[in-house]
Each structure stands twice: as C-alpha cells, then as structure tokens.
Design a protein around this ligand. Structure first.
Ligand code: G3P
Length: 225
C-alpha cells in the first residue's frame, strides 16, 4: 500500500451562463468551459423550444448542463425533472431554493439525478441545500450586490459552511456581472463560476497583451531573422 498522503486537489471550473447556441459554440472551442447553466429567462430569449435548445447545448459541451424545472408542486417538479433528465445524461436539474425544492432535490439525488439548487441568497439556504444533498448550489452574487448586500461575502460564507462539515455539494458563483467577480471568486476557492459570454471575453483582455504582441511582431519584422 502506498504511504503517500492523499492530496485533495480541487480545480476551479468555468461554466458558461447562457442558452445562446452561438455563444456556447464559440466558448466551447476555447477548450476551457466545462459546463453550462441555463435558466427560464435565458431560454426565453432564444428561438426554438426548450428541449431543442438544451439538447443542442448537450452536443457542444460535455459537462453538467443545468435546465430548470418550472412546475410548482413537489409531485409535478419531480415528474418534470425526471422527464428533463431523460433528454441527456449530462442534464442537471435546477430547482429553486424552497422547502419543496429541497424535497425534490433530495429525491432526485437518491435517483442519481444531479441537482443545482438555485436562487440562493443566504448562508442558511446553502446549509439546507447541502443537507438535501444537492450536487450544486448557486448563490447569485450580482443580485445580492444589486440589493445592497455583499455577494462575494456570501460566497465565502457558503464555502466555509461546506468545508466545515465536508459536504460534497459544489458552489457555483452565479449572477456574475464583471471579470473582477470571477477573479475574486477564484481567490476564495469557489468550485465553479458560471459566467456570461461577454464577461468570459473580457476575462482574457488586457491592453498590455495587445501592445506586447504588436511590439514582438514589429521588432521581429525589423530584424533580419
Ligand atoms: O444562472 C442564473 C444567474 O446567473 C442569473 O444572472 O444576471 O440574471 O442575475 P442575472
């Protein structure tokens, strides 16, 4: 038996927060996006029906693809979730953070259907979602900031709660409005950030990179190499 100690090496993942096929296709080509989160508002902005959009997304990125249930009772949410989960093996069921939602999450996880508890705004909601066994928990950073609260502080508190007890749930920093929020989420050790396409593009940009590329080209051309 090996005497090496086990190193728990957690790598942050980036998901794209979008239901737009062209955006997801472009981002997939970068080779660094490992999942997709949709929500009813994002789906509503796109042409085509829910199933067609989500099924196409599943062909573009081989990772967790969140699709949200819209039913309101426990029985209806479970039935809807089971039907969504049949569309593709990578579908994760997004469920609002209510007691009914947590009942549904517990039941689905027991059936090996992954869940993403969404619309999470408080540490107690994180605790309850973790106790329900949710695979993913999505605090909404930007909407907390909009409400005059500190979204990133909510992420830090969420991570601490999970770490204290070794919960297996992963935090998805959602409702991200700026590249700075992604960097700060990474500094906090957040498992996943789900990021709109425009902000993913902004993350790579730095004027000194562009200036540097131009300078290398100019000086290379000016030499006789
Ligand atoms: O995935 C849901 C979340 O990211 C929503 O973001 O900008 O509508 O608060 P936003």
């Amino acid at each position: 038996m090996s005497t090496c100690s086990i190193i728990h090496h957690v790598v942050m993942k980036l998901f794209i927060d979008s239901a737009n096929i062209e955006e997801i296709r472009k981002a997939a080509k970068w080779g660094i996006i490992e999942g997709v989160t949709t929500n009813p508002s994002l789906i509503a902005k796109e042409k085509g029906d829910f199933r067609a959009i989500v099924s196409e997304i599943c062909t573009l990125i081989d990772g967790p693809i969140s699709a949200e249930v819209m039913a309101e009772t426990v029985a209806e949410m479970i039935a809807e979730a089971r039907s969504l989960a049949e569309w593709h093996k990578n579908i994760v069921i997004k469920i609002p953070c209510t007691f009914d939602g947590l009942t549904v999450a517990r039941k689905l996880e027991a059936e090996n259907i992954s869940t993403n508890v969404t619309l999470v705004f408080s540490p107690n909601q994180v605790l309850l979602a973790a106790l329900a066994g949710a695979s993913f928990i999505s605090p909404f950073v930007g909407r907390l900031d909009d409400a005059g609260e500190n979204g990133l502080n909510m992420i830090a508190r969420s991570l601490k709660i999970l770490k204290n007890y070794g919960f297996a749930s992963q935090i998805i920093a959602a409702s991200i409005r700026s590249p700075l929020t992604v960097a700060l989420s990474a500094e906090l050790g957040t498992h996943i950030a789900t990021v709109p396409f425009k902000i993913l593009e902004q993350m790579i940009a730095h004027p000194l990179t562009d200036v540097g590329i131009e300078r290398f080209k100019r000086e290379w051309r000016a030499s006789s190499k």
